[in-house]
Design a protein around this ligand. Structure first.
Ligand code: ADP
Length: 408
């Protein structure tokens, strides 16, 4: 049996998926939210598969409102949903639970079997990820109590980037200060970057350890990674997910002196600046919307702010594409993934259209007609660098790594 329960827990909600790793099928997925509020909500979805084993075309959705006191109560609500709407966890018992954890610091360089000490270490890393790790710990505790008999595995967003060399992860700051406060580049979205780079290699029928790859993960959060023969050697997110590319609501790279200027001249406090850079900047800051579809439509109508937002967005992508081509000494494959990367031909073209000198040649028709949900080559047959659109699947990657750790 190879059924794994994947859990992604925050402080007031968690998502779950029951995945058969062998077939990569989702047997159920759901969400428990508003934990601790009077009107807690559970949404449980059961995909319907055809007899021929084809992709699920529909899902039965079950929505329940009831008070959910804490994460333990949340797991009970999830178990009730399974019991009531299926699939039966007795007939298809998970062999392990995989937990998505945002921050593994410099301690966790791979998916790790959870025990009490690991749990304490993840909690300790809350200093570096105050918005994320405490919720993950709450989820892990409750899940370990709900599923006592099976192994639990923590899969870290940062782990894939632990292969970066010191010159890539070190900031040019005072060494003692950096060390005392654990300030270095950690990188995030690692699970997705790993999955996509392996899927790209699989699509090309080449071993991952022969390829130099650049992966653009462009969702609401966005990052790009340079991957040298399977190892992350540089990535755009840094000490936190704020650094790097222009994102839906985050600024990405800015001159750090802007923060000082805002404190001194605008009198903004720490939490106001935090809010400004993380929630009111990026595409939302530039054009008042973080949904790419919205911006594209408004830019087509000639709206200047939307145009500028798209130009700033693609300008940043080009800068990183150039930088990572230089770090890798050229690339064999460049992939685009996540909401924006998978669905926006204009962004893909904008990111690469000046890279002809480096052997990158986009085929416009392939780029425009890339199908949703499929790996698609969008470079010309003669392009020295293969450019792909690769749908990401972080949950399947978590399930695979979990099974791997749990069974070895
Ligand atoms: P998250 O980072 O939250 O996981 P996703 O990878 O799902 O995000 O990406 C969400 C973003 O993808 C949306 O904010 C939107 O800008 C963009 N997006 C989603 N679907 C499309 C589409 N069909 N065309 C263009 N952009 C899209």
């Amino acid at each position: 049996m190879s059924v794994v329960l994947v859990v992604n827990s925050g402080s007031s909600s968690f998502k779950y998926q029951l995945i058969d790793v062998e077939t990569e099928r989702r047997l159920a997925s759901g969400l428990v939210e508003r934990i601790g509020e009077p009107q807690g909500r559970t949404v449980h979805k059961v995909p319907q598969y055809g007899d021929d084993g084809a992709e699920a075309t529909s899902a039965a959705e079950h929505d329940t409102i009831r008070r959910i006191d804490d994460h333990a109560d949340g797991f009970q609500a999830m178990l009730d949903a399974f019991a009531q709407h299926g699939p039966s966890l007795e007939e298809q018992p998970p062999v392990a639970v995989g937990h998505r954890v945002v921050h593994g610091g410099a301690r966790f360089f791979a998916a790790t079997l959870v025990n009490d000490l690991v749990e304490i270490n993840i909690d300790d890393l809350s200093v570096l990820a105050p918005l994320h790790n405490p919720g993950a710990v709450q989820g892990i505790r409750a899940a370990r109590a709900a599923f006592r008999e099976i192994p639990h595995v923590a899969v870290f967003d940062t782990a894939f980037h632990q292969t970066m060399p010191s010159e890539a992860y070190t900031y040019a700051l005072d060494r003692d200060t950096a060390e005392q406060y654990r300030i270095r580049r950690y990188g995030f979205h690692g699970t997705s970057h790993k999955y996509v780079s392996e899927a790209a290699a699989g699509f090309l029928g080449r071993p991952v350890d022969e390829l130099r790859q650049i992966v653009f993960h462009l969702g609401n959060g966005a990052s790009v990674t340079a991957i040298d023969r399977g190892r992350s050697i540089d990535t755009s997110m840094g000490f936190t997910p704020l650094e790097g590319l222009v994102m839906g609501t985050r600024s990405g790279d800015i001159d750090p002196a802007i923060v000082l200027h805002l404190q001194r001249r605008a009198g903004l406090g720490v939490s106001q600046i935090d809010d400004l850079l993380n929630k009111k900047s990026g595409l939302v800051g530039l054009a008042g919307a973080n949904d790419m579809r919205d911006l594209l439509a408004r830019s087509e109508r000639g709206e200047a702010a939307a145009r500028l937002a798209l130009d700033v967005y693609t300008h940043r992508l080009r800068s990183y594409a150039g930088a990572y081509l230089a770090q890798l000494g050229g690339a064999d494959v460049i992939s685009f993934t996540a909401g924006v990367g998978e669905n926006t031909p204009l962004v893909r073209r904008g990111a690469l259209d000046r890279l002809g000198f480096a052997g990158v040649e986009i085929d416009d028709e392939r780029n425009e007609s890339a199908k949703r949900g499929e790996i698609t080559r969008i470079s010309t047959d003669g392009s020295a660098v293969t450019v792909l659109v690769v749908p990401t699947d972080e949950e399947v990657e978590i399930a695979r790594q979990t099974l791997d750790v749990a069974t070895t």
